[in-house]
Design a protein around this ligand. Structure first.
Ligand code: FES
Ligand code: MG
Length: 576
Protein backbone atom coordinates (compact mmCIF):
# COMPACT_ATOMS: atom_id res chain seq x y z
CA UNK A 1 0.00 0.00 0.00
CA UNK A 2 1.26 3.55 -0.80
CA UNK A 3 1.57 5.71 -3.89
CA UNK A 4 2.58 4.45 -7.32
CA UNK A 5 5.91 6.11 -8.14
CA UNK A 6 5.02 6.73 -11.78
CA UNK A 7 2.44 9.26 -10.74
CA UNK A 8 4.56 11.47 -8.50
CA UNK A 9 4.25 15.17 -9.12
CA UNK A 10 0.81 15.12 -10.64
CA UNK A 11 -2.20 16.22 -8.64
CA UNK A 12 -4.19 13.20 -9.77
CA UNK A 13 -1.58 10.90 -8.19
CA UNK A 14 -3.14 11.64 -4.82
CA UNK A 15 -6.29 9.90 -6.09
CA UNK A 16 -5.50 7.37 -8.83
CA UNK A 17 -1.95 6.54 -7.73
CA UNK A 18 -2.91 5.12 -4.37
CA UNK A 19 -2.28 1.42 -3.80
CA UNK A 20 -4.79 1.00 -1.01
CA UNK A 21 -8.51 0.97 -0.23
CA UNK A 22 -8.98 4.59 -1.30
CA UNK A 23 -7.20 4.02 -4.62
CA UNK A 24 -9.43 1.00 -5.19
CA UNK A 25 -12.49 3.15 -4.65
CA UNK A 26 -11.28 6.00 -6.89
CA UNK A 27 -10.30 3.71 -9.79
CA UNK A 28 -12.86 0.94 -9.56
CA UNK A 29 -15.91 3.16 -9.99
CA UNK A 30 -14.29 4.96 -12.93
CA UNK A 31 -13.74 1.60 -14.63
CA UNK A 32 -17.49 1.23 -15.00
CA UNK A 33 -17.09 3.53 -18.04
CA UNK A 34 -14.90 0.96 -19.75
CA UNK A 35 -11.61 2.61 -18.84
CA UNK A 36 -8.82 0.00 -18.83
CA UNK A 37 -6.28 -0.40 -16.02
CA UNK A 38 -3.48 1.22 -17.95
CA UNK A 39 -5.10 4.67 -18.15
CA UNK A 40 -4.42 4.98 -14.44
CA UNK A 41 -0.69 4.70 -15.07
CA UNK A 42 0.20 8.24 -14.11
CA UNK A 43 -0.86 10.09 -17.22
CA UNK A 44 -2.18 13.65 -16.89
CA UNK A 45 -5.92 13.75 -16.20
CA UNK A 46 -7.55 16.54 -18.20
CA UNK A 47 -10.95 17.79 -17.11
CA UNK A 48 -13.20 19.15 -19.84
CA UNK A 49 -15.60 21.54 -18.17
CA UNK A 50 -18.63 21.76 -20.46
CA UNK A 51 -21.47 24.25 -20.35
CA UNK A 52 -23.36 22.37 -23.07
CA UNK A 53 -27.11 22.71 -22.68
CA UNK A 54 -30.16 22.72 -24.88
CA UNK A 55 -31.31 25.68 -22.82
CA UNK A 56 -28.19 27.58 -23.88
CA UNK A 57 -28.61 27.61 -27.64
CA UNK A 58 -25.20 29.23 -28.13
CA UNK A 59 -23.49 26.20 -26.53
CA UNK A 60 -25.49 23.32 -28.03
CA UNK A 61 -22.60 21.92 -30.10
CA UNK A 62 -20.11 21.78 -27.25
CA UNK A 63 -20.63 18.04 -26.69
CA UNK A 64 -19.22 17.55 -30.21
CA UNK A 65 -16.40 20.00 -29.54
CA UNK A 66 -15.53 18.04 -26.38
CA UNK A 67 -15.13 14.84 -28.40
CA UNK A 68 -12.44 16.55 -30.47
CA UNK A 69 -10.67 17.79 -27.35
CA UNK A 70 -10.65 14.21 -26.12
CA UNK A 71 -8.99 12.98 -29.32
CA UNK A 72 -6.15 15.42 -28.72
CA UNK A 73 -5.81 14.50 -25.05
CA UNK A 74 -5.67 10.75 -25.81
CA UNK A 75 -3.21 11.36 -28.61
CA UNK A 76 -0.86 13.23 -26.28
CA UNK A 77 -1.06 10.49 -23.65
CA UNK A 78 -3.56 12.07 -21.28
CA UNK A 79 -6.85 10.87 -19.85
CA UNK A 80 -9.75 13.18 -20.76
CA UNK A 81 -12.77 13.36 -18.46
CA UNK A 82 -15.68 15.60 -19.39
CA UNK A 83 -17.91 17.10 -16.72
CA UNK A 84 -20.88 19.48 -16.86
CA UNK A 85 -21.17 22.90 -15.33
CA UNK A 86 -24.25 25.02 -14.87
CA UNK A 87 -25.12 26.56 -18.21
CA UNK A 88 -26.36 30.13 -18.50
CA UNK A 89 -28.47 30.83 -21.55
CA UNK A 90 -28.46 34.58 -22.06
CA UNK A 91 -31.68 34.61 -24.05
CA UNK A 92 -33.58 32.15 -21.87
CA UNK A 93 -32.87 32.81 -18.19
CA UNK A 94 -34.78 35.18 -15.98
CA UNK A 95 -34.45 37.62 -14.42
CA UNK A 96 -30.99 37.72 -16.08
CA UNK A 97 -28.21 35.19 -16.70
CA UNK A 98 -25.86 37.62 -14.94
CA UNK A 99 -27.53 36.82 -11.61
CA UNK A 100 -25.99 33.35 -11.92
CA UNK A 101 -22.50 34.09 -13.29
CA UNK A 102 -20.99 33.89 -9.82
CA UNK A 103 -22.96 30.72 -9.06
CA UNK A 104 -21.44 29.10 -12.15
CA UNK A 105 -18.04 30.36 -10.99
CA UNK A 106 -18.55 28.73 -7.58
CA UNK A 107 -19.63 25.47 -9.18
CA UNK A 108 -16.69 25.41 -11.58
CA UNK A 109 -14.23 26.26 -8.82
CA UNK A 110 -15.41 23.47 -6.53
CA UNK A 111 -15.75 20.95 -9.38
CA UNK A 112 -12.16 21.53 -10.42
CA UNK A 113 -10.76 21.54 -6.91
CA UNK A 114 -12.76 18.59 -5.64
CA UNK A 115 -11.96 16.30 -8.57
CA UNK A 116 -8.69 14.47 -9.41
CA UNK A 117 -7.75 16.49 -12.48
CA UNK A 118 -4.39 18.01 -13.40
CA UNK A 119 -5.56 20.55 -15.95
CA UNK A 120 -8.82 21.80 -17.37
CA UNK A 121 -10.21 22.83 -20.74
CA UNK A 122 -13.16 25.21 -20.40
CA UNK A 123 -15.89 24.95 -23.04
CA UNK A 124 -18.21 27.93 -23.02
CA UNK A 125 -19.43 30.68 -25.25
CA UNK A 126 -22.69 32.32 -24.35
CA UNK A 127 -22.01 35.58 -22.55
CA UNK A 128 -21.80 34.57 -18.89
CA UNK A 129 -20.43 31.07 -19.37
CA UNK A 130 -16.94 32.22 -20.38
CA UNK A 131 -16.30 34.61 -17.48
CA UNK A 132 -18.05 32.36 -14.95
CA UNK A 133 -15.89 29.39 -15.90
CA UNK A 134 -12.68 31.41 -15.95
CA UNK A 135 -13.37 33.05 -12.59
CA UNK A 136 -13.91 29.63 -11.02
CA UNK A 137 -10.83 28.15 -12.67
CA UNK A 138 -8.75 31.14 -11.58
CA UNK A 139 -9.57 30.51 -7.92
CA UNK A 140 -8.03 27.01 -8.23
CA UNK A 141 -5.24 27.87 -10.67
CA UNK A 142 -4.51 24.64 -12.53
CA UNK A 143 -3.14 24.69 -16.08
CA UNK A 144 -6.18 25.93 -18.03
CA UNK A 145 -7.18 26.49 -21.64
CA UNK A 146 -10.37 27.83 -23.20
CA UNK A 147 -12.29 26.81 -26.29
CA UNK A 148 -15.16 29.09 -27.14
CA UNK A 149 -18.37 28.11 -28.86
CA UNK A 150 -17.57 30.36 -31.79
CA UNK A 151 -20.08 32.60 -33.53
CA UNK A 152 -23.11 31.55 -35.56
CA UNK A 153 -22.98 32.00 -39.32
CA UNK A 154 -24.02 35.49 -40.43
CA UNK A 155 -27.74 36.11 -40.12
CA UNK A 156 -29.64 36.51 -43.40
CA UNK A 157 -32.90 38.26 -44.16
CA UNK A 158 -34.21 39.24 -47.58
CA UNK A 159 -30.84 38.94 -49.21
CA UNK A 160 -28.82 40.90 -46.69
CA UNK A 161 -26.80 40.17 -43.59
CA UNK A 162 -28.45 40.75 -40.24
CA UNK A 163 -26.74 40.65 -36.86
CA UNK A 164 -27.74 38.94 -33.62
CA UNK A 165 -29.25 41.31 -31.15
CA UNK A 166 -28.28 44.47 -33.01
CA UNK A 167 -30.96 44.04 -35.66
CA UNK A 168 -33.52 42.92 -33.07
CA UNK A 169 -33.15 46.28 -31.35
CA UNK A 170 -33.28 48.09 -34.71
CA UNK A 171 -36.24 46.14 -36.11
CA UNK A 172 -38.32 46.45 -32.96
CA UNK A 173 -37.84 50.24 -32.96
CA UNK A 174 -38.83 50.27 -36.64
CA UNK A 175 -42.00 48.30 -35.87
CA UNK A 176 -42.86 50.71 -33.05
CA UNK A 177 -42.18 53.64 -35.37
CA UNK A 178 -44.44 52.08 -38.03
CA UNK A 179 -41.58 51.55 -40.52
CA UNK A 180 -41.55 47.73 -40.51
CA UNK A 181 -44.46 45.30 -40.66
CA UNK A 182 -45.01 42.79 -37.90
CA UNK A 183 -44.97 40.02 -40.52
CA UNK A 184 -41.46 41.01 -41.67
CA UNK A 185 -40.36 41.28 -38.07
CA UNK A 186 -41.50 37.72 -37.38
CA UNK A 187 -39.88 36.48 -40.61
CA UNK A 188 -36.51 37.92 -39.61
CA UNK A 189 -36.56 35.69 -36.52
CA UNK A 190 -35.77 32.55 -38.52
CA UNK A 191 -32.98 34.09 -40.54
CA UNK A 192 -31.13 35.60 -37.62
CA UNK A 193 -29.99 32.37 -35.95
CA UNK A 194 -29.00 29.91 -38.67
CA UNK A 195 -26.44 27.64 -37.07
CA UNK A 196 -24.89 26.54 -33.80
CA UNK A 197 -22.89 29.21 -32.03
CA UNK A 198 -22.98 32.52 -30.24
CA UNK A 199 -24.21 35.93 -31.38
CA UNK A 200 -22.27 36.83 -34.53
CA UNK A 201 -22.15 40.55 -33.82
CA UNK A 202 -19.39 41.96 -31.62
CA UNK A 203 -21.58 41.31 -28.59
CA UNK A 204 -20.37 40.04 -25.27
CA UNK A 205 -19.71 36.46 -26.38
CA UNK A 206 -17.55 37.46 -29.36
CA UNK A 207 -15.88 40.15 -27.30
CA UNK A 208 -14.96 37.69 -24.57
CA UNK A 209 -13.72 35.05 -27.01
CA UNK A 210 -11.49 37.63 -28.73
CA UNK A 211 -10.19 38.93 -25.38
CA UNK A 212 -9.46 35.38 -24.22
CA UNK A 213 -7.40 34.91 -27.36
CA UNK A 214 -5.65 38.24 -26.81
CA UNK A 215 -4.86 37.18 -23.24
CA UNK A 216 -3.22 34.03 -24.53
CA UNK A 217 -5.71 31.73 -22.80
CA UNK A 218 -6.65 29.92 -26.02
CA UNK A 219 -4.86 28.91 -29.20
CA UNK A 220 -4.86 31.52 -32.00
CA UNK A 221 -8.13 31.94 -33.95
CA UNK A 222 -10.31 30.61 -31.13
CA UNK A 223 -11.91 34.02 -30.93
CA UNK A 224 -13.47 34.15 -34.37
CA UNK A 225 -13.75 30.73 -36.09
CA UNK A 226 -17.46 30.08 -36.73
CA UNK A 227 -19.01 27.49 -34.45
CA UNK A 228 -19.63 25.11 -37.37
CA UNK A 229 -16.28 25.64 -39.15
CA UNK A 230 -14.34 22.37 -39.24
CA UNK A 231 -11.27 24.33 -38.23
CA UNK A 232 -12.84 24.96 -34.81
CA UNK A 233 -13.02 21.21 -34.28
CA UNK A 234 -9.40 20.89 -35.38
CA UNK A 235 -8.57 23.67 -32.92
CA UNK A 236 -10.30 21.67 -30.20
CA UNK A 237 -8.19 18.64 -31.13
CA UNK A 238 -4.98 20.65 -30.93
CA UNK A 239 -6.13 22.22 -27.67
CA UNK A 240 -6.50 18.77 -26.13
CA UNK A 241 -3.00 17.88 -27.20
CA UNK A 242 -1.53 21.14 -25.98
CA UNK A 243 -3.35 20.86 -22.66
CA UNK A 244 -1.41 17.69 -21.81
CA UNK A 245 1.87 19.47 -22.51
CA UNK A 246 0.85 22.42 -20.33
CA UNK A 247 0.23 20.03 -17.45
CA UNK A 248 3.60 18.36 -17.98
CA UNK A 249 5.24 21.81 -17.94
CA UNK A 250 3.03 22.91 -15.02
CA UNK A 251 2.05 26.21 -16.65
CA UNK A 252 -0.72 27.59 -14.45
CA UNK A 253 -3.54 29.93 -15.40
CA UNK A 254 -2.02 32.65 -13.23
CA UNK A 255 1.20 32.51 -15.29
CA UNK A 256 -0.79 33.35 -18.43
CA UNK A 257 -3.41 35.76 -17.07
CA UNK A 258 -0.91 38.37 -15.87
CA UNK A 259 -1.29 42.14 -15.76
CA UNK A 260 0.29 42.24 -19.24
CA UNK A 261 -2.35 39.81 -20.52
CA UNK A 262 -5.12 42.02 -19.11
CA UNK A 263 -3.50 45.02 -20.81
CA UNK A 264 -3.55 43.12 -24.11
CA UNK A 265 -7.21 42.36 -23.48
CA UNK A 266 -7.99 46.04 -22.94
CA UNK A 267 -6.09 47.04 -26.08
CA UNK A 268 -7.96 44.37 -28.07
CA UNK A 269 -11.25 45.50 -26.53
CA UNK A 270 -10.69 49.02 -27.83
CA UNK A 271 -9.58 47.80 -31.27
CA UNK A 272 -12.65 45.62 -31.77
CA UNK A 273 -15.11 48.08 -30.17
CA UNK A 274 -16.00 45.38 -27.64
CA UNK A 275 -18.97 44.96 -25.34
CA UNK A 276 -19.17 47.03 -22.17
CA UNK A 277 -19.87 43.82 -20.27
CA UNK A 278 -16.23 42.82 -20.66
CA UNK A 279 -15.35 45.54 -18.17
CA UNK A 280 -17.28 43.86 -15.37
CA UNK A 281 -16.04 40.38 -16.31
CA UNK A 282 -12.35 41.27 -16.57
CA UNK A 283 -12.48 43.17 -13.26
CA UNK A 284 -13.99 40.11 -11.58
CA UNK A 285 -11.43 37.78 -13.15
CA UNK A 286 -8.54 40.03 -12.12
CA UNK A 287 -9.94 40.01 -8.58
CA UNK A 288 -9.77 36.20 -8.50
CA UNK A 289 -6.15 36.27 -9.69
CA UNK A 290 -4.94 39.12 -7.51
CA UNK A 291 -3.98 41.10 -10.62
CA UNK A 292 -4.23 44.84 -9.91
CA UNK A 293 -6.87 46.20 -12.30
CA UNK A 294 -9.32 49.06 -11.84
CA UNK A 295 -12.16 50.36 -13.95
CA UNK A 296 -10.28 53.45 -15.11
CA UNK A 297 -7.52 51.23 -16.59
CA UNK A 298 -9.92 50.53 -19.47
CA UNK A 299 -10.06 54.23 -20.30
CA UNK A 300 -6.37 54.93 -19.73
CA UNK A 301 -4.94 51.89 -21.57
CA UNK A 302 -7.56 51.90 -24.33
CA UNK A 303 -7.40 55.65 -24.99
CA UNK A 304 -4.65 55.60 -27.60
CA UNK A 305 -6.07 52.61 -29.49
CA UNK A 306 -8.26 53.43 -32.51
CA UNK A 307 -11.17 51.29 -33.66
CA UNK A 308 -9.73 48.80 -36.15
CA UNK A 309 -12.52 46.28 -36.65
CA UNK A 310 -15.71 47.30 -38.47
CA UNK A 311 -18.30 45.04 -36.83
CA UNK A 312 -21.88 45.49 -35.68
CA UNK A 313 -23.26 46.83 -33.39
CA UNK A 314 -21.22 49.94 -34.17
CA UNK A 315 -20.05 48.98 -37.66
CA UNK A 316 -20.98 47.04 -40.76
CA UNK A 317 -19.71 43.47 -40.69
CA UNK A 318 -20.22 40.26 -38.72
CA UNK A 319 -18.01 37.62 -37.12
CA UNK A 320 -17.76 35.38 -40.18
CA UNK A 321 -16.32 38.35 -42.07
CA UNK A 322 -13.93 39.05 -39.20
CA UNK A 323 -12.72 35.45 -39.18
CA UNK A 324 -12.13 35.30 -42.93
CA UNK A 325 -10.36 38.67 -42.80
CA UNK A 326 -7.69 37.23 -40.51
CA UNK A 327 -9.25 37.24 -37.05
CA UNK A 328 -7.52 38.25 -33.83
CA UNK A 329 -3.93 37.59 -35.00
CA UNK A 330 -4.47 40.07 -37.85
CA UNK A 331 -5.69 42.68 -35.38
CA UNK A 332 -2.69 42.02 -33.12
CA UNK A 333 -0.45 42.56 -36.12
CA UNK A 334 -2.26 45.79 -37.04
CA UNK A 335 -1.97 47.02 -33.44
CA UNK A 336 1.83 47.12 -33.72
CA UNK A 337 3.41 48.72 -30.68
CA UNK A 338 0.20 48.62 -28.63
CA UNK A 339 0.65 44.88 -28.06
CA UNK A 340 2.52 43.72 -24.94
CA UNK A 341 4.71 41.37 -26.94
CA UNK A 342 6.30 39.48 -24.07
CA UNK A 343 3.02 38.20 -22.65
CA UNK A 344 3.11 34.39 -22.32
CA UNK A 345 0.38 32.35 -24.02
CA UNK A 346 -0.89 28.77 -23.71
CA UNK A 347 0.42 28.11 -27.23
CA UNK A 348 3.99 28.35 -25.97
CA UNK A 349 4.61 31.38 -28.18
CA UNK A 350 4.82 34.93 -26.84
CA UNK A 351 2.00 37.24 -27.92
CA UNK A 352 4.46 39.19 -30.08
CA UNK A 353 5.24 36.07 -32.11
CA UNK A 354 1.53 35.45 -32.66
CA UNK A 355 1.10 39.06 -33.78
CA UNK A 356 3.94 38.65 -36.26
CA UNK A 357 2.12 35.71 -37.85
CA UNK A 358 -1.09 37.73 -38.30
CA UNK A 359 -2.24 38.55 -41.82
CA UNK A 360 -5.13 40.72 -42.98
CA UNK A 361 -7.12 39.54 -45.98
CA UNK A 362 -9.79 42.23 -46.03
CA UNK A 363 -8.84 45.79 -45.10
CA UNK A 364 -12.50 46.84 -44.99
CA UNK A 365 -13.11 44.56 -42.02
CA UNK A 366 -9.74 44.90 -40.26
CA UNK A 367 -8.26 48.34 -40.80
CA UNK A 368 -4.83 49.75 -40.00
CA UNK A 369 -3.52 52.26 -37.47
CA UNK A 370 -2.96 54.70 -40.36
CA UNK A 371 -6.52 54.45 -41.62
CA UNK A 372 -8.62 53.17 -38.72
CA UNK A 373 -12.36 52.56 -38.79
CA UNK A 374 -12.80 55.20 -36.14
CA UNK A 375 -10.94 57.26 -33.56
CA UNK A 376 -9.87 56.05 -30.15
CA UNK A 377 -12.80 53.95 -29.07
CA UNK A 378 -11.99 52.37 -25.73
CA UNK A 379 -14.54 52.51 -22.95
CA UNK A 380 -14.93 55.90 -21.32
CA UNK A 381 -14.97 55.80 -17.53
CA UNK A 382 -16.91 58.76 -16.16
CA UNK A 383 -16.82 60.30 -12.70
CA UNK A 384 -18.81 63.00 -10.96
CA UNK A 385 -21.35 63.46 -8.21
CA UNK A 386 -23.87 61.17 -9.92
CA UNK A 387 -21.39 58.28 -10.04
CA UNK A 388 -18.83 58.60 -7.22
CA UNK A 389 -17.43 55.12 -8.03
CA UNK A 390 -17.65 55.58 -11.78
CA UNK A 391 -19.86 54.82 -14.74
CA UNK A 392 -19.03 53.72 -18.25
CA UNK A 393 -19.92 54.74 -21.77
CA UNK A 394 -19.07 53.13 -25.10
CA UNK A 395 -18.31 56.10 -27.37
CA UNK A 396 -18.32 54.19 -30.65
CA UNK A 397 -21.89 53.02 -29.98
CA UNK A 398 -23.03 56.56 -29.12
CA UNK A 399 -24.18 59.55 -31.18
CA UNK A 400 -21.24 61.99 -31.31
CA UNK A 401 -23.49 65.04 -30.85
CA UNK A 402 -24.89 63.62 -27.58
CA UNK A 403 -21.52 62.94 -25.96
CA UNK A 404 -21.60 66.47 -24.62
CA UNK A 405 -25.13 67.18 -23.49
CA UNK A 406 -27.15 68.79 -20.73
CA UNK A 407 -30.79 67.91 -20.25
CA UNK A 408 -33.63 67.43 -17.82
CA UNK A 409 -34.03 64.04 -16.17
CA UNK A 410 -37.04 61.84 -16.84
CA UNK A 411 -36.80 59.35 -13.99
CA UNK A 412 -38.06 55.77 -13.78
CA UNK A 413 -37.85 54.34 -10.28
CA UNK A 414 -37.55 50.75 -11.50
CA UNK A 415 -38.10 48.63 -14.61
CA UNK A 416 -41.84 48.23 -13.95
CA UNK A 417 -42.24 51.98 -13.68
CA UNK A 418 -40.35 52.37 -16.97
CA UNK A 419 -42.47 49.78 -18.78
CA UNK A 420 -45.70 51.25 -17.45
CA UNK A 421 -45.01 54.82 -18.57
CA UNK A 422 -42.55 54.84 -21.48
CA UNK A 423 -45.19 54.81 -24.22
CA UNK A 424 -47.70 56.98 -22.39
CA UNK A 425 -48.73 60.00 -24.50
CA UNK A 426 -48.61 62.02 -21.26
CA UNK A 427 -44.94 61.32 -20.52
CA UNK A 428 -43.20 64.68 -20.35
CA UNK A 429 -40.18 64.01 -22.47
CA UNK A 430 -38.46 65.41 -25.53
CA UNK A 431 -35.34 64.58 -27.51
CA UNK A 432 -33.17 66.64 -25.16
CA UNK A 433 -34.35 64.80 -22.03
CA UNK A 434 -32.04 62.45 -20.16
CA UNK A 435 -33.72 59.16 -19.34
CA UNK A 436 -32.75 57.81 -15.90
CA UNK A 437 -33.50 54.25 -14.76
CA UNK A 438 -32.89 53.12 -11.16
CA UNK A 439 -32.89 49.79 -9.37
CA UNK A 440 -31.14 47.74 -12.06
CA UNK A 441 -27.73 47.23 -10.47
CA UNK A 442 -26.39 43.96 -9.05
CA UNK A 443 -28.38 44.28 -5.80
CA UNK A 444 -31.29 46.20 -7.23
CA UNK A 445 -32.75 43.95 -9.91
CA UNK A 446 -31.08 41.68 -8.68
CA UNK A 447 -28.36 40.60 -11.09
CA UNK A 448 -27.66 43.75 -13.13
CA UNK A 449 -29.62 42.96 -16.30
CA UNK A 450 -29.07 44.29 -19.80
CA UNK A 451 -31.76 46.93 -19.72
CA UNK A 452 -29.60 50.08 -19.79
CA UNK A 453 -30.29 50.65 -23.49
CA UNK A 454 -33.92 51.47 -22.69
CA UNK A 455 -36.08 51.72 -25.77
CA UNK A 456 -37.06 55.31 -26.53
CA UNK A 457 -40.58 56.69 -25.97
CA UNK A 458 -42.88 55.70 -28.84
CA UNK A 459 -43.95 59.28 -29.45
CA UNK A 460 -40.33 60.38 -29.98
CA UNK A 461 -39.60 57.40 -32.23
CA UNK A 462 -42.58 58.43 -34.35
CA UNK A 463 -40.94 61.86 -34.72
CA UNK A 464 -37.74 60.26 -35.98
CA UNK A 465 -35.70 60.46 -32.76
CA UNK A 466 -33.27 57.49 -32.70
CA UNK A 467 -30.99 58.24 -29.75
CA UNK A 468 -31.14 59.97 -26.40
CA UNK A 469 -28.84 60.11 -23.37
CA UNK A 470 -29.81 57.29 -21.03
CA UNK A 471 -28.36 56.65 -17.56
CA UNK A 472 -28.72 53.64 -15.29
CA UNK A 473 -27.01 51.24 -12.93
CA UNK A 474 -27.78 48.43 -15.39
CA UNK A 475 -25.64 46.84 -18.09
CA UNK A 476 -26.53 46.74 -21.75
CA UNK A 477 -26.27 43.95 -24.27
CA UNK A 478 -22.99 43.96 -26.14
CA UNK A 479 -25.08 43.96 -29.31
CA UNK A 480 -26.80 47.23 -28.39
CA UNK A 481 -26.00 50.83 -29.25
CA UNK A 482 -26.87 54.35 -28.20
CA UNK A 483 -25.61 57.12 -25.94
CA UNK A 484 -26.04 54.96 -22.91
CA UNK A 485 -24.31 55.51 -19.57
CA UNK A 486 -24.06 52.24 -17.70
CA UNK A 487 -22.85 50.62 -14.48
CA UNK A 488 -23.44 53.79 -12.42
CA UNK A 489 -21.76 53.08 -9.08
CA UNK A 490 -22.68 52.90 -6.31
CA UNK A 491 -25.98 51.57 -7.64
CA UNK A 492 -29.26 53.10 -6.45
CA UNK A 493 -30.09 50.10 -4.25
CA UNK A 494 -26.72 50.40 -2.49
CA UNK A 495 -27.38 54.04 -1.61
CA UNK A 496 -25.77 55.70 -4.61
CA UNK A 497 -26.77 59.26 -5.54
CA UNK A 498 -28.61 57.80 -8.55
CA UNK A 499 -31.38 56.93 -6.09
CA UNK A 500 -31.89 60.65 -5.37
CA UNK A 501 -32.41 61.92 -8.92
CA UNK A 502 -35.87 63.39 -9.56
CA UNK A 503 -37.67 64.17 -12.78
CA UNK A 504 -36.78 67.68 -13.87
CA UNK A 505 -33.26 67.69 -12.38
CA UNK A 506 -30.57 68.97 -14.71
CA UNK A 507 -27.91 66.41 -15.68
CA UNK A 508 -24.70 67.33 -17.47
CA UNK A 509 -22.70 64.83 -19.50
CA UNK A 510 -19.23 65.95 -20.54
CA UNK A 511 -17.99 62.81 -22.26
CA UNK A 512 -14.64 64.14 -23.50
CA UNK A 513 -14.01 65.50 -19.97
CA UNK A 514 -15.25 62.18 -18.50
CA UNK A 515 -17.73 63.97 -16.20
CA UNK A 516 -21.29 63.14 -15.25
CA UNK A 517 -22.88 65.70 -12.94
CA UNK A 518 -26.26 66.03 -11.30
CA UNK A 519 -26.88 69.78 -11.05
CA UNK A 520 -28.49 69.62 -7.63
CA UNK A 521 -26.89 71.04 -4.47
CA UNK A 522 -25.40 68.77 -1.81
CA UNK A 523 -27.83 70.21 0.72
CA UNK A 524 -30.82 69.34 -1.44
CA UNK A 525 -29.48 65.82 -2.06
CA UNK A 526 -28.98 65.34 1.68
CA UNK A 527 -32.55 66.49 2.33
CA UNK A 528 -33.82 64.03 -0.27
CA UNK A 529 -31.75 61.26 1.32
CA UNK A 530 -33.29 61.92 4.74
CA UNK A 531 -36.79 62.03 3.29
CA UNK A 532 -36.42 58.76 1.37
CA UNK A 533 -38.47 55.78 2.52
CA UNK A 534 -37.01 52.39 3.43
CA UNK A 535 -35.52 50.37 0.58
CA UNK A 536 -37.61 47.57 -0.96
CA UNK A 537 -37.35 44.20 0.79
CA UNK A 538 -34.37 42.03 -0.15
CA UNK A 539 -34.78 38.35 -1.16
CA UNK A 540 -35.31 36.19 1.95
CA UNK A 541 -33.75 32.90 0.85
CA UNK A 542 -31.76 30.93 -1.67
CA UNK A 543 -29.11 32.07 -4.11
CA UNK A 544 -30.73 35.48 -4.57
CA UNK A 545 -30.33 36.20 -0.85
CA UNK A 546 -26.67 35.16 -0.80
CA UNK A 547 -26.11 37.20 -3.96
CA UNK A 548 -27.78 40.40 -2.78
CA UNK A 549 -26.17 40.16 0.67
CA UNK A 550 -22.63 39.81 -0.68
CA UNK A 551 -22.37 41.12 -4.23
CA UNK A 552 -19.83 43.87 -4.89
CA UNK A 553 -20.49 46.91 -7.07
CA UNK A 554 -20.09 46.86 -10.84
CA UNK A 555 -16.91 48.90 -10.46
CA UNK A 556 -15.42 45.90 -8.62
CA UNK A 557 -16.66 43.32 -11.14
CA UNK A 558 -19.88 42.38 -9.29
CA UNK A 559 -18.25 39.29 -7.78
CA UNK A 560 -19.39 38.08 -4.37
CA UNK A 561 -17.19 39.65 -1.70
CA UNK A 562 -16.05 36.29 -0.26
CA UNK A 563 -15.14 34.85 -3.67
CA UNK A 564 -12.45 37.39 -4.48
CA UNK A 565 -9.04 35.71 -4.53
CA UNK A 566 -8.05 32.05 -4.68
CA UNK A 567 -8.16 28.99 -2.44
CA UNK A 568 -5.65 27.03 -4.51
CA UNK A 569 -5.84 23.43 -5.67
CA UNK A 570 -4.91 21.48 -2.54
CA UNK A 571 -7.43 19.23 -0.79
CA UNK A 572 -5.89 17.20 2.02
CA UNK A 573 -8.73 15.01 3.27
CA UNK A 574 -10.11 11.83 1.71
CA UNK A 575 -13.78 11.15 1.08
CA UNK A 576 -13.98 7.83 2.90
FE1 FES B 1 -25.66 33.54 -26.25
FE2 FES B 1 -25.55 36.03 -27.49
S1 FES B 1 -27.20 35.05 -26.53
S2 FES B 1 -24.02 34.56 -27.14
MG1 MG C 1 -25.77 39.69 -23.63
Amino acid sequence: MGTDDRRKGLRSAGTYGKIDRDGFIHRSWMKNQGLPDEVFDGRPVIGICNTWSELTPCNTHLRDVAEHVKRGVWEAGGLPLEFPAMSLGETQMRPTAMLFRNLLAMEVEESIRGNPIDGVVLLGGCDKTTPGQLMGAASVDLPTMVISSGPMLNGKFRGRDIGSGTDVWKFSEEVRAGEMSLADFMAAESGMSRSHGTCMTMGTASTMSCLIEAMGLSLPHNGTLPAVDARRFALAHRTGRRMVELVRQDVRLSQIATREAFENAIVMHAAIGGSTNAVVHLLALAGRLGVPLVQSDFDIIGREVPLLVDLMPSGRFLMEDFCYAGGVPAVLKALGGHVRRDAVTVSGHAMGEIADQGECFNAEVIASLDQPVGPSSGVWVLSGNLCPDGAILKPNAASPELLTHTGRAVVFEDIEDYKARIDSPDLEVDATSVMVLKGCGPKGYPGMPEVGNMALPAKLLAKGVRDMVRISDARMSGTAFGTVILHVSPEARAGGPLALVQTGDLIELDGPGRRLELKVSDAELEARRLAAGPPPAAPARGWAKLYVDTVLGADKGADLDFLVGSSGAVVTRESH
